[in-house]
Design a protein around this ligand. Sequence first.
Ligand SMILES: Cc1cc2nc3c(=O)[nH]c(=O)nc-3n(C[C@H](O)[C@H](O)[C@H](O)COP(=O)(O)OP(=O)(O)OC[C@H]3O[C@@H](n4cnc5c(N)ncnc54)[C@H](O)[C@@H]3O)c2cc1C
Length: 326
Amino acid sequence: MTRAPVGEPSAGCGAAGWDDLVAGLRAGLSPESKIRREEPLAAKTTIRIGGAARVYVEPADVTDLQAGLRTATAAGVRVFLLGRGSNLLVPDEGVDGIVISLAHETWTQFEPQADGRVWAGAGLRLKNLCGRAAKAGLAGFEFLEGIPGSVGGALRMNAGAMGGWMFDVVEAVQLITLAGEVRTLPRSAMQVDYRHCQELHEAIALGAWLRPATRAEADTVKRQMEAYAHKRHESQPREPSAGCVFKNPPGHSAGRLIDECGLKGERVGDAQVSPVHANFIVNLGAARAADVIELVRRVRARVQARRGIDLTPEVLLYGGDWKDVL
Ligand SMILES: Cc1cc2nc3c(=O)[nH]c(=O)nc-3n(C[C@H](O)[C@H](O)[C@H](O)COP(=O)(O)OP(=O)(O)OC[C@H]3O[C@@H](n4cnc5c(N)ncnc54)[C@H](O)[C@@H]3O)c2cc1C
C-alpha cells in the first residue's frame, strides 16, 4: 500500500480496479456525497483544458472524507485535491487517482467568531470570502479580491496580490492528514513562503481561522475591492487561463522577462502567450495540455538563452511533475 501525497502521481489500477474502488467508496460514504467515475475536469478548471479524473468524490462531511481517504489508502491509490482549478494544468490523459473536491456546502462556511476571528471553510470561494467580509464590515481581505480560487487553494499556494499574502491573515489552519486525522496548526507552526505551504503537500486544508485587520464601513471595504478589481481588469487577459504561469525569479518580473524576449502572442495550437500580460498563457478555444506544455518549454528556452534565467512554473501540472515534461 502506498501513502498518497496530495497531488503526486498515482500508480494507477486499471478499469476494473477503478470500478471496484468506486463500489468500495459507494459502500463506505453516505448518499449525500457525490462519487463519479471518469469525471471530466476541464470544465472544473479556469483554463478549461484536460482529461478526466479516474474517480471523483465530493464528500458531504468529514466522516465521509475520512472514509474516502481510508479507502484510497487501502487501495494504494493517490489522492488529489481540487479547489477551483485556477492554478492547474490537467494533462490531456487526465488523472490516475481519486480527485477530491470540497464543493459541498459543508466546506463553504464563512463564520465570524465571538473573538473577532473568522472561520472560512476550505471550499469557500475567495470572491465570497471578500463579499461576506465586506458586508460584515471586516477589512483586511480585500487583496484577495479577483483571485479566482478557494480558501483551500489559496492556503496551499499562499496566494498573494496587491502586496498581501494569504498567510498574512491566517491565525490557524484546520487540516486532515491522509490517514484521516484532523489537526489544527497555528500559523507559527507552518512553513510558508512564496506560493507554497509545506504542510499542505501531504494534508488537506479543511478551513482556517482568519484575522481581519480592522472593522470598517462596508462601503469603504467595497470601494477598496473595486479599486483592486479595476486594476486587474486593466492588466489581465479575459480569455481562459490559469493565472501567472511562472514564478517571479528573485529581483525580476517573469512577465517582463518574457515580454522582453519578444514572446507576447507566441502560439502553439490554441495556446497563446497573452498579448495583454506575457506571464499568462491563454486558451483561445481548443488548446490541449500538450500545447501549453510545448509553449512553456519554448518560453523557458528563449528566456534562458537570452537572459540566462531559468523560469520555474507557478501553475501546477496536476497529477504530474513539470520536471518530467520540460
Ligand atoms: C485570472 C487569474 C488570476 C489569478 N491571480 C492570482 C493572484 O493575483 N495571486 C495568486 O496568488 N494567484 C492567482 N491566480 C492563481 C490561483 O487563483 C491561486 O493560486 C488560487 O489560490 C488557487 O486556488 P484554487 O482553489 O483554484 O486551487 P486549485 O488550482 O484547484 O489547486 C491548486 C493547488 O492547491 C491544492 N489544493 C486545493 N484545495 C486544497 C485544500 N483544501 N487542501 C490542500 N490542498 C488544496 C491542489 O491540490 C493544488 O495542488 C490567478 C488565477 C487566474 C486564473
